[in-house]
Design a protein around this ligand. Sequence first.
Ligand code: ARG
Length: 377
Amino acid sequence: MSPRSVKVNSWNGWDPLRHVMVGRADGTMVQAPEPAVRRDFPDDGFPLGAYGRIPDEMTAAANEQLDGFAALLEGRGIRVERPEPIDFSQRVGTPEWTHNSMFGCMPPRDVLITVGNEMLEATMSYRSRWFEYLCYRPVLQKLFEADPDARWEAAPKPRLTDASYNTGFWDTYNQLPLEEKLDRVRRNDLALTEAEPLFDAADIARCGKDLFVQLSLVTNRSGADWLRRHFPDHRVHPVSFTNTHPLHIDATWVPLRPGLVLHNGERPAEPELTEYFKVNDWEVLEAVQPESWHHEARLSFCSPWLSVNMLSLDENTLCIEEREVRLADQLTAYGFEMIPVPFRAAAPFGGGLHCATWDIEREGTLQDYFPRRHGRF
Ligand code: ARG
């Protein structure tokens, strides 16, 4: 490895990648049911209410792909960090609640975000993920020691009492007619209340001075407002999409390089958001249909749109799941070099190539890619 010194620095998702974390699958759980989330995989041995460790052979297959991805990145001269898994089957709690399991540490993207020289730990909103930061702490500590300019922040630890959740949300939501669901999504009247700020880091898309924060099943208005106040030099925009199960923005609205955002057309963006990009000379490109992920759907809570969940190595180079050949062709025509990576076995552990990573250093500085205002933006 090069003796180049460690530097925490990243303002967007496309500048040249120098240093990154890649998650691990070890010990990941189908987590115990809790107010914000409940798993129901009757055909895979985990019907509603059941929880436990994901079978060993699935974990081994996922780790093989995660290790392969880490090696590929290292082969390109990118420094790679790995989290330290803990016993996710243990019961956890605070003075205000207990919960029967944790989850895992395959998707550090959900918990950590770098904005400039700041590494920020998100609040999270699942009880099963409250303590996940412990797996990432050894790396955060190391980065803090290695880079005298790195800033290390954690958003207010959430209480996650019953007051933070709409009780009974999952008993009724899935039975609602589509229009009613979408109306709830637009109002962000979903699993979370506004009792305290809550957000997952993966609901944020970074474009230099602009941070787009998706209101979702795990991010509330108060969370977006906390981010707005925390980053006073940025424009922080709460956004929502026509998507009945909004969860992390990185399979929906994916900025690829200055002037080009990839959009999942099955989840239409608000016209005002699209217009904001257009008046600033961005092209909004609708992604082609994903390859079916049907055979890998075992225990997975993600959609086939993990296709667009790619990792940029720089503004011309994208790591893409190897079977997404049509999307690779679409983006090759846009001038990208596409690097195929086998990654489907990792999906049940928390997502795709973007979810599984956390940007620590990308070259580059803070830029304003949206000089023109539009509507509320
Ligand atoms: N909820 C998204 C989908 O199924 C997957 C996004 C996962 N992203 C992540 N950072 N964990 O379409």
